[in-house]
Write a protein that binds this ligand. Structure first.
Ligand SMILES: NC(=O)c1ccc[n+]([C@@H]2O[C@H](COP(=O)([O-])OP(=O)(O)OC[C@H]3O[C@@H](n4cnc5c(N)ncnc54)[C@H](O)[C@@H]3O)[C@@H](O)[C@H]2O)c1
Length: 350
């Protein structure tokens, strides 16, 4: 069995999920971590006994590192990913993969040029309920898709946004769509297919940030179906739910819980809904879910076998494009058609 050396950039909140997965997978070995914050490096070194770097470009020279995972503020993803790929490393990057379509295109081009794998973390694709939903769709159990709906009704208070200066900024993050809701938008488009157009309203109602803390949008799909998106980080007093509903002429499914992990409705001809609802695992302890383990396992397998990872760059780009289209619908007060015209590919700043 081949064991792959990992280097991680950005030892903050989500890095813990990466480190837990890397250090528990048999064919992964944590070689090094990088952060500009020395205290975080010391903590990682004490816990994992790995090498540490303050400058990621130095870490990229380390020949024992074959796979780099990027857990830094979103605005840094594209440059770090491209530098890592050009140094010959396979790259698994946190969502959103980039802040603009130009950046995403440059990352995808770098992967093609260098021949390494580029994967984007959308760990909810591995939620058991979501895997079951996707299988039902592939088997045609929904008949003709009619519509869908997603909600992200979460709570992120002032303390959360004050934790790091990049949070909620246009240059480094975006708002509740680009940060918190991108996973569910990824799932929606994965289930319902390519988006034809979007129309949206967003607002910054309650938090002192540049990005939006509330959004509603309508998505029209190329197959004639449509969907509503309702997202916010202002729900009082704590996270309420994250749901995805898919409706077809012969099927109804609702996946909910705090982070689309729990089947709430499952109505198909000949299926006993009560049994399906009873026969499921417990919800994860937080909104990040259990999926990072499966995401990293899948990525190693992709590198090992030469196949594409579950969410390659091209696939990660799709949710990014939908959110940029939503932002531009808000800016221009109009329905925005996909693919986005060049004038819209300017990043998230409005
Ligand atoms: N998949 C998920 O569910 C999920 C959940 C949370 C965050 N994320 C994504 O992960 C990324 C990080 O989010 P977070 O909440 O962990 O942020 P964080 O602020 O907690 O951590 C970011 C870390 O990056 C470090 N950093 C900043 N600039 C650096 C540089 N130049 N070189 C090396 N390190 C640098 C910071 O010091 C910090 O330790 C974001 O893109 C976010 O959208 C994904």
């Amino acid at each position: 069995m081949m064991q792959y050396g990992f280097g991680l950039i950005g030892c903050g909140r989500i890095a813990k999920n990466h480190l837990k997965a890397i250090t528990s997978l048999e064919n992964a070995r944590l070689e090094a971590v990088c952060d500009i914050d020395e205290a975080r490096l010391t903590e990682a070194k004490e816990q994992y006994g790995c090498r540490t770097y303050v400058d990621y470009r130095e870490m990229l020279k380390d020949p024992d590192i074959k796979i780099v995972t990027i857990c830094t503020p979103s605005g840094l993803h594209a440059k770090m990913a491209i530098d890592a790929m050009e140094a010959g490393k396979h790259v698994l990057v946190e969502k959103p993969m980039a802040m603009s379509l130009q950046e995403a295109a440059a990352m995808i081009a770098a992967a093609e040029k260098t021949g390494v794998k580029l994967g984007v973390v959308h760990q909810n694709r591995f939620n058991k309920a979501i895997v079951k939903l996707r299988r039902a769709l592939e088997e045609g159990q929904f008949g003709k898709l009619t519509h869908g709906a997603l909600t992200v009704r979460w709570h992120r208070d002032k303390n959360y946004y004050d934790q790091a200066p990049w949070r909620g900024t246009w240059a480094q993050d975006g708002g509740c769509l680009m940060n918190q809701s991108i996973h569910n938008i990824d799932l929606l488009q994965w289930m319902m297919g390519p988006v034809e157009s979007v129309f949206a309203y967003t607002a910054t109602n309650a938090r002192d940030i540049e990005g939006e803390d509330a959004a509603v949008a309508v998505l029209k799909f190329k197959n004639g179906a449509f969907a509503t998106v309702e997202a916010s980080t202002t729900i009082y007093p704590r996270n309420l739910e994250e749901t995805l509903h898919i409706f077809g002429t012969t099927g109804t499914a609702g996946i909910g819980g705090v982070a689309v992990n729990k089947i709430e409705s499952w109505r198909f001809e000949g299926v006993d809904e009560a049994t399906v609802l009873a026969d499921q695992d417990k919800e994860p302890p937080n909104v990040y879910g259990f999926g990072h383990y499966d995401t990293i396992k899948d990525f190693i397998d992709a590198v090992d076998s030469g196949r594409q990872p579950a969410v390659p760059g091209e696939e990660g780009r799709k949710a990014l494009e939908i959110i940029l289209a939503i932002y531009h619908s808000v800016k221009y007060r109009e329905e925005v058609k996909l693919p986005l015209a060049e004038k819209f590919t300017i990043g998230v700043g409005l």
